[in-house]
Write a protein that binds this ligand. Structure first.
Ligand code: FES
Ligand code: FES
Length: 158
């Protein structure tokens, strides 16, 4: 099996690791670097639980090979809080009980963070479109949409 040494800038910190050719970003983050906040749902691009930001763009980490991302910037759920303080979006999820089992939550937060950065005041339809690739089995989605709108009213993702 061929191994490659790559570097990833994860949440602002440069990390070097060795990855086999076929290792996805999802496994490199979770098993290679210990960023277990990124969840493994379907490993088929269907559920969005594994969503991270690659150079700011929401990306299903189960669908991209780590070796293809040498030198790129990755943001995971562990990178949203600053100095121990939740982002406005994370706090809105807590305040509106937009979390039940929590398995979809990291992916939802990453996708919604990207939305609020490119569109600080999305309407309900725009939020639905941004989160269409993120499945939730528990909440019925409305509280998640409400939480994104609450965060938007408080100045966006941060
Ligand atoms: S685990 Fe990647 S989309 Fe489901
Ligand atoms: S809170 Fe359980 S899957 Fe969304």
């Amino acid at each position: 099996m061929a191994y490659h040494t790559i570097s990833l800038v994860v949440n602002g910190v440069e990390e070097q690791l060795q990855v086999p050719s076929q290792m996805t970003l999802l496994h490199a983050l979770r098993e290679g670097l210990g960023y277990t906040g990124t969840k493994n749902g379907c490993e088929a691009g269907e559920c969005g639980a594994c969503t991270v930001l690659v150079d700011g763009e929401p990306t299903n980490s189960c669908l991209v090979l780590a070796v293809e991302l040498d030198g790129r910037e990755i943001t995971t759920i562990e990178g949203l809080a600053e100095d121990g303080k939740l982002s406005a979006l994370q706090q809105a999820f807590v305040d509106l009980n937009a979390v039940q089992c929590g398995y979809c939550t990291p992916g939802m937060l990453m996708a919604a963070t990207a939305l609020l950065k490119r569109n600080p005041h999305p309407d309900e339809r725009e939020i639905q479109e941004a989160l269409v690739g993120n499945l939730c089995r528990c909440t019925g989605y409305q509280r998640i949409i409400d939480a994104v709108q609450l965060a938007a009213g408080k100045g966006g993702a941060q």
